[in-house]
Design a protein around this ligand. Structure first.
Ligand code: FRU
Length: 541
């Protein structure tokens, strides 16, 4: 039984029907709101992310159907309309004009009968290749998702009790209302596990390309179509890289190398559960070429190598936005900030899970390797409030609170640069207080950046939660290590050396643990730069 099947038992009706709260209805943010009850979202409940997307109530997992259309960023996601644990999977819809503030739009594509709506993508069918639009209708927005069927009787040949196939739904009003395609499913497979279709237009071969996972075979398949309804199998990729767990949620996109539009590569990202670098679920990627038919690894990259998207525990199932305008040109994504090891047990109510901050994707040559690097989107600058800059200082085998320098908070953006000097380790502690701290450090002996959440706060819900996770990272050419950190009420995202390494973690500290300190161990490190911004809540208006 795979992980998904084992979660089906969680389909318990824990909460009243979802309360759809528009952002404008949410009260101003005070972390000590006593009125938070189990089923009325206030957006000030303990651990409620203040600048990360969350649904008002209920369970969420993967981002789905990320697409930009006429000034609006659409974010759909896996959602349980009936409870706070995985089950009754449906697509929930949220929209944003700025990638920062989100409006909750409600369930877009619901579970019906024996069919749950699993992960997938969305696109705008500008030329109406699908024929879903009649004359005069706007271009259809099309969602391509996995139908997860519970069979009336086990399959006589395989004994499987469920089946998966790819289906379509479309909207003729820019995403407000959705209709399932009458000819569903549009693509089947004899493997009962066949899911997470990611479809986009391939310019060169002028066709739709679907990238879809065969989870238990550790394969991604590519299909082509002229009309989104008829699909032809092109090729398979895999097994390759990490295969200790099932493969899910692939994404395929082209990026310039070091910003050079004449030197591009294709990136195939595939999620893995379990067996990821920090334990449980996580994301890997492959760099190569896609010619409209086959994905080929770049010369010099071995099928046996694994490249991790993020070295933290909580970045999964990321997919990138379709249709970002050419004059913007960015490739943007969010990932689910959770881990299947403990996703159903995190101590939050009346909602569960968050999406990461939106990030832009790049291919950057680091240590002779073309690496997928990530940057926080600049749009987040609009949340910056109080700005504090520290003078450079030595940190000599000590931990120094920055409270007297005016640096503290539970929603923070921090940019720190250190010269290692002769210290064994150095870095920042965030969300400190009440014997709690989340450590963001650099270990000079092992040349790695790490996040240690051993004493980060509440961790009793999962035995392996309280751990440290490391990512290999060389000191920059300028002799410094740069840490760009986003701290929220229940997460820490670290972009090390300009996004050369990522560490994304959920933490559950006390609301009062708002301290920040710098530290050095075993010697003296130079803190050459520290800037801090408090960040405003996206829910407070
Ligand atoms: C990944 C995943 C997908 C699936 C969805 C179901 O987290 O397991 O493969 O489509 O979640 O909710």
């Amino acid at each position: 039984m795979n992980t998904l099947a084992s979660y089906i038992g969680y389909a318990v009706l824990l909460l009243a029907p979802v309360l759809l709260v528009g952002c404008n209805d949410t009260p101003p943010s005070t972390e000590s709101d006593a009125s938070a009850s189990d089923d009325t979202p206030t957006f000030t409940e303990p651990y409620r992310p203040q600048f990360h997307y969350t649904p008002p109530t209920n369970w969420m997992n993967d981002p789905n159907g990320l697409v930009y259309h006429e000034g609006t960023y659409h974010l759909f996601h896996q959602y349980n309309p009936e409870g706070i644990q995985w089950g009754h999977m449906s697509w929930y819809h949220a929209t944003s004009e700025d990638l920062v503030h989100w409006e909750h739009e409600g369930v877009a594509i619901p579970e019906e009968g024996n069919e749950m709506i699993f992960s997938g993508s969305a696109l705008v069918d500008h030329d109406n290749t699908s024929g879903f639009a009649d004359d005069g209708d706007p271009a259809p927005m099309v969602a391509v998702y996995t139908s997860h069927y519970t069979l009336d009787e086990p399959d006589p040949d395989t004994g499987a009790e469920t089946d998966q196939a790819q289906s379509l739904a479309y909207s003729l009003d820019g995403g407000d209302t959705w209709q399932k395609y009458a000819g569903n499913p549009v693509l089947t497979h004899n493997d009962a596990n066949f899911r997470d279709p990611n479809v986009s237009w391939h310019e060169e071969s002028e066709q739709w390309i679907m990238t879809v996972a065969l989870p238990e075979q550790h394969k991604v398949q590519f299909y082509a179509s002229d009309n989104l309804t008829d699909w032809t199998h092109l090729s398979d990729f895999g097994p390759a890289g990490a295969t200790t767990g099932i493969w899910e949620c692939p994404d395929l996109f082209e990026l310039p190398v070091d910003g050079d539009p004449n030197d591009t590569r294709w990136v195939l990202q595939v999620d893995l559960n379990p067996g990821a670098i920090a334990g449980g679920s996580g994301a890997q990627y492959f760099v190569g070429d896609f010619d409209g038919e086959t994905f080929t690894l770049d010369e010099g990259i071995s099928e046996d190598d694994t490249h991790w998207v993020d070295y933290g525990t909580d970045f999964y199932a990321a997919i990138s936005w379709n249709d970002i305008p050419e004059d913007d040109g960015r490739r943007l994504w969010v990932g689910w900030m959770s881990n299947w090891d403990y996703a159903n047990d995190k101590p939050t109510s009346p909602w569960r899970s968050a999406q990461s901050i939106p990030r832009s994707l790049h291919l950057t040559t680091v240590d002779d390797e073309i690496r997928l690097t990530q940057q926080p989107v600049e749009e987040l600058h609009t949340l910056r409030d109080t700005h504090t800059t520290l003078d450079a200082r030595s940190v000599a085998n000590e931990t120094v609170s920055l409270a007297d320098d005016g640096i503290a908070g539970t929603t923070l953006e921090l940019v720190a640069e250190f010269e290692p000097g002769d210290a064994d380790a150095f870095g920042l502690n965030v969300r400190t207080g009440n014997n709690e701290e989340t450590v963001i450090g650099y270990d000079t002996a092992s040349e790695s950046v790490y996040v240690d959440r051993t004493n980060a706060g509440e961790d009793s819900f999962h035995d392996d939660f309280a751990q440290r996770h490391d990512a290999p990272l060389a000191v920059n050419d300028d002799g410094r290590v740069k840490l760009h950190v986003f701290v929220d009420w229940s997460s820490v995202e670290v972009f090390a050396n300009d996004g050369a390494r990522l560490l994304t973690h959920r933490i559950f500290p006390d609301a009062e643990s708002d301290g920040v300190s710098v530290f050095a161990e075993g010697g003296t490190a130079e803190l050459t730069r520290l800037e801090s911004w408090t960040l405003n809540s996206i829910w407070a208006r």
